[in-house]
Write a protein that binds this ligand. Structure first.
Ligand SMILES: Nc1ncnc2c1ncn2[C@@H]1O[C@H](COP(=O)(O)OP(=O)(O)OP(=O)(O)O)[C@@H](O)[C@H]1O
Ligand SMILES: Nc1ccn([C@@H]2O[C@H](COP(=O)(O)O)[C@@H](O)[C@H]2O)c(=O)n1
Length: 211
């Protein structure tokens, strides 16, 4: 039986870090689904189109291929904000479902992280983890990450971004950010990367044995 791990949570909670490590641990492919929304926003920005152009966003989403992401460009603050705007459009989400489910259906299994993996994309995932951390902790982590990439960092602006994105992602009608009823919540506020990974691995192992 294939082994699918669904990891969801708010911005900068550490879900991508955990997803990558779990994927490496189990030898599974990993998909950071946030990149799909970031790449959709990026396509609009590069064509000089407004981020509320639903038709253009759907066309951009349909044209995405998993192999051509420029991660350095996509991980900027601007793309995170744009992703959250296009991610609130139901037709954009619909356009990205098959790509994500196709990835999750690989025979060996897969690890996917995002906002709606456990609730919408892979409701039958073997393991579901909802990763959280306080907004201040997440903003601090994101500030360190952006500073390391050479971006200018203003902690209060990043904290405001995180809060705005949490609100938009949780309050939208289409596939809002929320824990699946059968997800295990992992609060990483007080955990370093190693401790968070050990906790996530314990959850994954319990799910694997049960599943
Ligand atoms: N437990 C931790 N302690 C300290 N820093 C962490 C921890 N987990 C992740 N980080 C760092 O926090 C930043 C955000 O982590 P990551 O990219 O994994 O979050 P994310 O939830 O995938 O974010 P997003 O979905 O917004 O892209 C990264 O720089 C990462 O190295
Ligand atoms: N499954 C997902 C993944 C992401 N989004 C939206 O994209 C934004 C950026 O995501 P990151 O994980 O790269 O920070 C995010 O704020 C969401 O609005 C989504 O809707 N569904």
């Amino acid at each position: 039986m294939s082994f699918v791990i669904a990891i969801d949570g708010p911005a900068a909670s550490g879900k991508g870090t955990l997803a990558r490590r779990l994927a490496a641990h189990y030898g599974l492919p990993h998909l950071d689904t946030g990149l799909l929304y970031r790449a959709t926003a990026c396509a609009l920005i590069e064509e000089g189109l407004p981020l509320d152009d639903v038709e253009a966003a759907v066309e951009a989403a349909r044209g995405l291929s998993l192999t051509d992401f420029d991660e350095t460009r996509l991980r900027s603050r601007e793309m995170g904000e744009g992703a959250s705007l296009v991610g609130a459009m139901p037709p954009v989400r619909a356009a990205l479902i098959d790509l994500q489910r196709g990835f999750a259906a690989r025979p060996e299994g897969a690890v996917l992280d995002g906002r709606d993996i456990g609730t919408v994309i892979c409701p039958d995932a073997t393991v579901k983890i909802f990763v959280t951390a306080s907004a201040e902790t997440r903003a601090q982590r994101r500030a360190l990450e952006l500073a390391a990439r050479g971006e200018e960092v203003d902690f209060s602006a990043i904290l405001e971004d995180v809060r705005k994105r949490d609100a938009r992602d949780s309050e939208r009608s289409a596939a809002p950010l929320k824990a699946a009823a059968d997800a295990v919540t992992l609060d990483t506020s007080e955990l370093d990367r190693e401790q968070a990974f050990a906790a996530a691995l314990a959850i994954a192992e319990r799910g694997r044995r049960a599943g």
